[in-house]
Ligand binder design. Sequence first.
Ligand code: WT7
Length: 633
Amino acid sequence: MAEQKDEVLLKVEKVYYPPKRVLDKALISKEEFDQMYKRSIENPEEFWAEMAEKELYWFKKWDKVFEWNFPYYKWFIGGKLNITYNCLDRHVKNGKRNKVAYIYTNEDNQEIKITYGELLELVNKIANGLKSLGVQKGDRVVIYMPLVIEQLASMLACARIGAIHSVVYAGFSANALRMRIEDAKAKIVITSTWTKRRGKKIDLKSVVDEAVDGLDFVEKIVVLQREGDEFELAEKEIDFYQLIKDQSSECEPEIMDAEDPLFILYTSGSTGKPKGVLHTIGGYNLYTHVTTKYVFDIHEDDIYWCTADPGWITGHSYMVYGPLSVGTTSVIAEGAPDYPDPGRWWSIVEKYRVNIFYTAPTAIRLFMKYGEEWPAKYDLSSLRILGSVGEPINPEAWIWYYENIGRKQCSIVDTWWQTETGGHMITTVPAYPQKPGKAGKPFLGIEADVVNKDGEPVPPNNVGYLVIRKPWPSALRTCWGEPERFEKYWTEIDNLYFSGDLATKDEDGYIMILGRADDVINVSGHRIGTAEVESALVSHPAVAEAAVIGKPHDIKGESIKAFVILRKDYQPSENLVNDLKMHVRHELGSLAVPDEIEFVDKLPKTRSGKIMRRILRAKELGMPLGDISTLED
Ligand code: WT7
């Protein structure tokens, strides 16, 4: 495993100390963090219980903080709460009724602001609307919507009444959406007519039509009709605003158990179909709250902007639940980062005086390509904290971000985490010294390590598997309907949480993430399983066999290359390449479309018939082939 990653082990060792203006304001200093960390590891139950008491409102206190029946664990057993009460009601009751919760903007510079008071009313109306459709505690609701306030409010409405939401990113294809609706057996799908990207309308409704066709268990499709729409609703469909118009703006929050499910979010694994990662309410609420507060150092008057989409875990934890629980004002922006021009994001930072900005390395590299003259046109002096997430940030991009966006006046937090972890696991807090390219230290309560296959720590700066030693409050509880896939996280290396990533740890305990150890590709911060793309390709009549690898890419981090063996009677051609790309787009969505397709006669396989993607990749990149003793011939 190590030989592929040697190229990444750069010797960059410069340490960046936080600027004075960050230190002066920081909620916790480096020393305070170190002390808290020590306590959180020595006595995790006491630490988390204290945090839970201080930071959240509970209808009933828990009886027991933590229980671990390997590999299953529970937090705050017997505790009762509702995450929307923590995100909305308590702020409204505590003088923040008129504080803005979200500022929405889009490519046309439209602006919509919604206060905590208004958001609570909207959420309650949607919640009552869902109830009127027969949605009950424990029912699944799939949300397939663009980044609009109604999307976030729909998630919260589910949580209000104890329904389990499963948000599907609106870039996924009909087939990908259908698989998720079927797997979760969703009673209701909430969607919208379209989204706009680069000035072009993208139809979402027709994707849903195709996805739900023939699925009898789907009882209703709630459709948010947007400006300029004119069409008739079909039998099972109901207009979003029609549904909520006459509903009461009051809806008592359902009293939920700390271990009741909050949501399912599908993510790619190394084999087969995506897994439905399940998160529960209490631990997730607490952990996303605490990380939002300390990692982003959020103060009462801060404006916070996370550029993700609620279709991903980043949107769940750091656009919805974390920021609302903390009570901050968030910017949300529908559309592309560089449309109508590459200054769009920086104009938003300037206009709303954004203090905390959270994005992905792929976006930073895109802006590097456009040149520093674009951010230079704008006043970015409000920025104090810059965040990075989704993939390793190369030191060049880190330094560019630091200099051209942060103007050397910001701290950078490079947050490593996963859909499964629910919240930030490894990062430096803003008052901590930073090393470009190294995510940093485990967060409070997290024991992270870099180990070999047997779970033994590797020496400093050696490559190994990134693992977490014990369950933390927001760790996934299971994989929906597939407990055996959940159990693998804790049994792959016995007794440790196996992240699937390769990493190193230096003498100061700073962890550097090198990328995935398994057959998962990271394209622009999005996880794509090689097996998913391969089975999409093989479902095309021309394809006999396919193997897919990730290749380094300047902007996207990785790009997808497919090797394809054609069936008899099919000849390689440019047309066929395009056809196969279209096919993958239809099966999975545009994110999963290979950049390159190469037709081959043979694929390297083990004697037991497994494709050796490692060898394809090494050949493609001109690297040593490594151990080929298991190769068939
Ligand atoms: C995988 C998880 C966490 C939200 C977005 C992605 C990679 C994530 C970092 C980072 C290096 C990172 C890992 C991880 N990753 N953040 N700061 N540095 N790599 O969530 O889709 O579940 O993907 O993204 O490979 O395993 P996800």
